[in-house]
Design a protein around this ligand. Structure first.
Ligand code: CP
Ligand code: NVA
Length: 316
């Protein structure tokens, strides 16, 4: 593949979608779809030949770990799994020193952390690109893969409505940022006290004015009416295990089941979930295994979307 506009370096790091432009998102979608189609036709893409990505995990992962490692391998490079606990980070070495050391060995750093400030500190001190593989604040790679999945299924993004029913968490934040940039209206339906951060909502309301995206936060599940996508995530995120029982009680009316899907009034509403799903809690088997569910397409698209992001950040 020759270098195209899709591979133009537009940023050093991907910490959050808050400062990503619509043009960057669309370039990632284009490149991801091209790489995906060509891969399925047997074409190889050694666009990051000889390059290595350090992958720091302070939390568990299936999709992020495997998709980033396979992405680097398919691009001709390598991914190095680093457990936060096994690193000197776990014994008090600073994030700043870690960033500078890894920058001497690797061509990029992907990190899954608790505090979002760990991502911004890594980005500040690393001389190589830093990619957020989930923080308590945001999960940008997930939202890029998710909107790519919506685009594939609905053939457009602008003018659609995504209703996120559940906790106003990291995934909700990234869907809000992405939707506002892309002209997708985002309705967050959550119990009182579990809303997304006000600063995120305020920015998205502003960003949405330019793209036609309407942002709504409500506790009323009737607000899913007309939604093109129903999205949910676990009720207790990683690090909130101690609140699990209380959250199950507080979220019980927000389960995605056949009754809630019917409230959209549409037959072709997509069901989405970043996974892992806690079946029987935030979603029933009936919905997650239904023909409307595209959860495994989302999981697959983590690979293709991240290849586009890796090439645009780490490519020559
Ligand atoms: N969706 C997602 O990030 O999954 P993992 O926690 O398995 O990486
Ligand atoms: N909100 C979830 C997403 C997991 C991919 C968590 O942070 O645990």
């Amino acid at each position: 593949m020759t270098k195209s506009k899709h591979m133009t370096k537009t940023r050093k790091d991907l910490a959050s979608l808050s400062d990503v432009t619509r043009a960057e998102l669309e370039a990632w979608f284009d490149l991801a779809l091209k790489l995906k189609t060509e891969l399925k036709a047997g074409k190889t893409h050694p666009l990051l030949a000889g390059k290595n990505l350090a992958m720091i995990f302070q939390k568990s992962s299936t999709r992020t770990r495997v998709s980033f490692e396979i992405a680097m391998r398919q691009l001709g490079g390598g991914g190095l799994y680093l457990s936060g606990n096994d690193m000197q980070l776990g014994r008090g070495e600073t994030i700043a020193d870690t960033a500078q050391v890894l920058s001497r060995y690797c061509d990029g750093i992907m990190a899954r952390v608790f505090a979002h400030s760990d991502i911004t500190t890594l980005a500040k001190y690393a001389t190589v690109p830093v990619i957020n593989g989930l923080s308590d604040y945001s999960h940008p790679c997930q939202a890029v893969a998710d909107y790519l999945t919506v685009l594939e299924h609905k053939k457009r993004l602008k003018g659609l409505t995504l209703a996120y029913v559940g906790d106003g968490n990291n995934v909700a934040h990234s869907l809000l940022f992405g939707g506002a940039k892309l002209g997708v209206s985002v309705t967050i339906v959550c119990p009182q006290g579990y809303e997304p951060q006000k600063s995120v909502v305020d920015q998205c309301v502003e960003d949405g004015k330019a793209t036609g995206s309407r942002i709504l936060v409500t506790s009323d599940t009737a607000a899913v009416k007309g939604a093109d996508v129903i999205y949910t995530d676990v009720w207790a995120s990683m690090g909130q295990e101690g609140e699990h029982a209380e959250r199950v009680r507080n979220f019980k009316d927000y389960q995605i089941n056949a009754g809630l899907m019917a409230k959209t009034g549409k037959k072709d509403t997509l069901f989405m979930h970043c996974l892992p799903a806690h079946r029987g809690e935030e979603v029933t088997d009936e919905v997650v295994d239904s023909p409307n569910s595209v959860v495994f397409d989302e999981a697959e698209n983590r690979l293709h979307a991240q290849k586009a992001i890796l090439v645009s950040l780490m490519g020559r």
